[in-house]
Design a protein around this ligand. Structure first.
Ligand SMILES: [Zn+2]
Length: 299
């Protein structure tokens, strides 16, 4: 991917630092807002994560391994003299975010919406406090509708490569574009409708609905990829990287807070086949209207 040619977004905040997982206490502290169904969409990267921990309601987990040491596979493999990997990652992320801003700005204009309100990407290491509670790196990348931010532990890029066998810069960009897709759902009202509808459903039906939400974000990531491709920002092998990543995270996890407890059956996000298919649909069309995962009988 020729990400060096993409515009760097200002909307990236680095809360990194060498804090590791001990950087922020995870126990207690968080109050669950009453009544409102808050939906956290995350890509689950570590199987066996304790959802309570993600919500900041349990003590630090002991079962999961610590996050990998930083700075192993920075995007773009900076040459000697290039910025340190942490900076390279921030630069990479900022350029991908910037490119999604350009694409969604144009798409919103085409849809007659005045302006695309950009999301902010928060990079962190170890743990982070978000508008949706405290998250540990084990939670994986997620979008918080309450503060309209995307959260990404930079160690995730290593995870994607090492643990999920989906290396490559476009694989990383796909994940960012997927989370930006959730932001698009949020600012267009899809997420609010989803939350309203989901509240009325039982666990199984709610789960099926959440899969549609996830697959639409995959499709939106594909829509971004379509325009990246059209502007010759992709290189041979990039699309395969993206598809591999879409398949690799087929087990991603959604977590919901409903009056202070986690709905455990809301943890299925569609199969690898579904995720690749919808990513491909957006990639092919470049048109968000083809991402109507809620309108089809079987997504
Ligand atoms: Zn998602």
């Amino acid at each position: 991917m020729r990400w060096g040619d993409m515009r760097r977004s200002e909307n990236v905040e680095d809360r990194g630092g060498p804090s590791g997982r001990g950087g922020m206490p995870l126990g207690g502290g968080m109050k669950i807002g009453g009544g409102t169904l808050v939906v956290l969409i995350i890509l689950s990267l570590v199987f066996g994560i304790n959802p309570l921990q993600f919500l900041g309601m349990a003590g630090p987990e002991t079962g999961a391994p610590p996050p990998p040491a930083p700075q192993t596979t920075a995007p773009g493999s900076p040459a000697p003299g290039a910025p340190a990997p942490a900076d390279a990652r921030k630069d990479f992320s900022a350029r991908v975010v910037g490119d999604t801003e350009d694409v969604w700005n144009a798409l919103f204009k085409a849809m007659g919406i005045d302006r695309y309100p950009p999301t902010t990407l928060t990079l962190y290491r170890g743990a982070v406090r978000s508008g949706c509670g405290t998250a540990s790196s084990a939670a994986g990348p997620f979008y918080c509708p309450a503060d309209q931010r995307v959260y990404l532990d930079t160690a995730f890029f290593d995870e994607l490569s090492r643990r999920f066998g989906a290396p490559g810069d476009f694989a990383q960009a796909y994940v960012i574009a997927h989370e930006v897709g959730h932001h698009v759902q949020n600012v267009t009202g899809t997420m609010q409708k989803f939350e309203r509808d989901a509240q009325r459903l039982d666990g199984r039906a709610r789960n099926a609905l959440s899969i549609r939400l996830e697959l639409q974000a995959d499709c939106y990531a594909g829509v971004w990829g379509h325009f990246a491709q059209r502007r010759n920002l992709l290189e041979p092998g990039d699309l395969e990287e993206g598809l591999r990543a879409a398949a690799a995270v087929g087990d991603d996890t959604i977590m919901k807070r409903t009056q202070g407890y986690v709905v455990p059956d809301a943890m299925n996000h569609g199969s690898a086949e579904q995720r690749m298919r919808w990513f491909r649909a957006g990639l092919k069309s470049g048109d968000p209207r083809t991402c109507d995962t809620f309108g089809v009988a079987q997504p």
